[in-house]
Design a binder for this molecule. Structure first.
Ligand SMILES: [Zn+2]
Length: 268
């Protein structure tokens, strides 16, 4: 009984001392891992991914790559300026933003913690235009800014009894490393986390705001998600992106509800 009490006390203390605030939504999220710990893992994973896919990474001179990088640069610049002028600069101070386009038929895109972005050419016919591209990239950047992978990692660490590992030992711990790698599917083809439903909705909400800040009309976002849904409907195997980003009617209805808030950030 006493042991149970202490354990609960320790757990409560852990929870109390281990929360971060998500920018814009203000949600308090569980957080055992800092940027100091997660970013080096992400940078390593990104560089491994680029090495393993070297032959399919489009050169900067490629027209498709140029277009994606241009939209990415606008989003990054808007996010940076918002974060720096709203006391969130510390969350992105160690980011090393980078956008790469990979020749791959998968309808996919992702942004690792630290601002490491990949867009697959397979999703470009679905994004169609710059606003569509800004929708998907804004959403993925939002996962990073909201610290969703750190949150998922923290939960997974507690589940595996790794909650007490702290500081420098954390990023060197092989079990923690494997929690990170498993989350990103490192070693597999797709480096993408499976986020929770609430994290997806939060990324949708922030993503709309980020695209609006970057000068893209968020009113275009629902059409992208509808196209994504339609593109996957006839496929034998649903797009990997949709297995992690279910584009159902409920979600699109929720996105519609977020639009008026995002519209306030849209400067024509
Ligand atoms: Zn997502």
């Amino acid at each position: 009984m006493k042991k149970l009490f202490l354990t609960a006390g320790v757990a409560a203390a852990l929870l109390f001392n281990s929360c971060s605030t998500v920018p814009l939504t203000g949600r308090s999220r569980f957080d055992l891992v800092s940027n100091d710990q997660v970013l080096p893992m992400a940078f390593q994973a990104y560089s491994t991914f680029l090495n393993e896919n070297k032959s399919t990474v489009l050169p900067a001179s490629n027209a498709q790559a140029l277009r994606v990088k241009t939209v990415g640069a606008k989003l990054i610049s808007a996010v940076k300026s918002y974060m720096n002028s709203n006391n969130y600069g510390n969350l992105i101070a160690d980011y090393q933003w980078e956008v790469n386009v990979v020749q791959n038929n998968e309808k996919n895109a992702w942004c690792m913690p630290g601002g490491k972005i990949v867009v697959y050419t397979g999703i470009l016919p679905v994004t169609q235009d710059d606003a569509g591209l800004a929708t998907v990239m804004g959403h993925e950047i939002a996962h990073a800014i909201a610290g969703h992978s750190a949150e998922r990692m923290s939960n997974e660490m507690v589940a595996q009894g790794l909650g007490s590992i702290a500081g420098a030992a954390l990023s060197k711990n092989p079990q923690v490393q494997s929690v990170f790698n498993a989350g990103y599917g490192i070693g597999g083809q797709v480096a993408m986390l499976k986020f929770s439903r609430n994290q997806e909705l939060e990324a949708d909400r922030l993503g709309l705001i980020f695209m609006a800040m970057a000068g893209y009309n968020p009113q275009n976002a629902p059409a992208f998600w509808n196209r994504m849904s339609a593109a996957s409907a006839g496929a034998q195997k649903p797009a990997e992106f949709l297995s992690t980003h279910p584009s159902d009617a409920t979600r699109i209805a929720q996105i519609q509800k977020y639009l008026p808030e995002a519209q306030q950030y849209y400067k024509k």
